[in-house]
Design a protein around this ligand. Structure first.
Ligand SMILES: [Zn+2]
Ligand SMILES: [Zn+2]
Length: 193
């Protein structure tokens, strides 16, 4: 099963809520997660839907009747179809130490790395544990990402203000014109008396 993060069969606005955990390769849903399960709202359908079922249906196919989606990775908010399998309810309850072992091994390989993907060292100063305890992050890369995010925000904010200014510009000019004509009109009125 070859599935790409960002696959076009799932719309951009849904992908915006998913972050890849680089260690476990879980696609962690960040939005609304009651009981740990992601929830999405789907237009023109039943309304709300479990996120992992939504991703599974879009990227793999319809879920046969009576099947439940099993999280092989045991991460409830994960929507990576490679971690999902449609199984019977009975199968679902006796799962799946083998896959857990696979994931643990991949996490161990990740822990053994001494540098982030950009080549910054994973030393005491530069390493930050990830909130859910499943890995770590490079502080240099995180700061760079934050700076980029804020720069982008400032840019957007400036554009918004400019747009607002120009939207009101004509209106302001019209008001000033009206006030000017009023001032001019008044003395004439007093002359004719
Ligand atoms: Zn997963
Ligand atoms: Zn880095």
């Amino acid at each position: 099963m070859q599935q790409q993060f960002g696959d076009l069969r799932v719309e951009e606005r849904y992908w915006a809520k998913v972050k890849v955990n680089e260690i476990t390769q879980c696609w962690e849903f960040q939005g609304d997660v009651p009981l740990g399960y992601g929830r999405v709202f789907v237009r023109g359908r039943r309304g709300q839907m479990l996120a992992h079922r939504f991703w599974y249906e879009r990227l793999v196919g319809p879920i046969a009747k009576g099947r439940v989606i099993d999280h092989l990775c045991r991460v409830r908010c994960c929507v990576n179809p490679q971690h999902l399998e449609a199984v019977t309810a009975a199968e679902n309850s006796r799962r799946s130490p083998l896959v857990m072992k696979m994931i643990e091994e991949s996490a161990a390989r990740e822990r053994a790395k001494t540098h982030c993907p950009k080549g910054h060292p994973y030393d005491a100063d530069n390493t930050k544990p990830i909130r859910n305890g499943s890995g770590r992050a490079c502080r240099i890369c995180q700061r760079a990402a934050q700076r980029a995010y804020h720069a982008q925000n400032r840019e957007t904010e400036r554009e918004r203000k400019l747009a607002h200014y120009y939207a009101n510009h004509e209106e302001r000019k019209a008001k000033m014109r009206a006030a000017y004509h009023q001032r001019k009109a008044k003395p004439k009125a007093s002359n004719s008396e």
